[in-house]
Design a protein around this ligand. Structure first.
Ligand SMILES: [Fe+2]
Ligand SMILES: [Fe+2]
Length: 159
């Protein structure tokens, strides 16, 4: 499997969008439990992805990429807000599907914006740099997941 950050990110975009499609398809089901579980799985993937992008892209803040990166951050924050709203709507029948559809629109729009950033990255850096970034991207994802696991372990002990 490639370490190239551009290919890694594109693969994750495809995976997240298809998970969102699956959630929208199942939005009418009565299974509230699996509905929440599927959402939380997709949410974790998306939050981890955005966190790692922010950690890896921020050091590149310079010249032409700066504006793109700031736009990306705004998109991420919009997506995070919609994730909270969608989760809050999980027990409302019409609201749930609408919130998921809105989330998917935001994610698809962001993915299109990010393609421009990814192209600039691909053109501006050597293969070795892009592979180094890909490894840092994976390491940042592990940091995020590790921090989440620590948090849930901590709260488990507190109860
Ligand atoms: Fe992304
Ligand atoms: Fe992003």
């Amino acid at each position: 499997m490639t370490d190239n950050i551009v290919e890694k990110i594109q693969r994750e975009h495809d995976a997240i969008l298809s998970e969102l499609d699956g959630l929208i398809e199942e939005a009418g089901s009565e299974q509230q439990q699996s509905r929440a579980e599927g959402f939380l799985r997709m949410e974790r993937k998306l939050q981890t992805h955005m966190y790692a992008e922010e950690r890896v892209f921020s050091p590149l803040l310079a010249g032409t990429l700066q504006e793109r990166i700031e736009e990306s951050l705004d998109d991420h924050n919009r997506i995070r807000r919609e994730l909270r709203e969608a989760f809050a709507a999980r027990s409302l029948k019409p609201g749930w599907r609408a919130a998921l559809a809105e989330l998917k629109t935001l994610v698809r729009f962001h993915v299109e914006n990010e393609e421009v950033l990814l192209n600039e990255l691909g053109d501006g850096f050597s293969d070795a740099d892009l592979e180094g970034m890909g490894r840092r991207f994976e390491a940042e994802k592990q940091n995020y997941l590790g921090a989440l696991a620590e948090l849930s372990h901590g709260s488990g002990e507190a109860v």
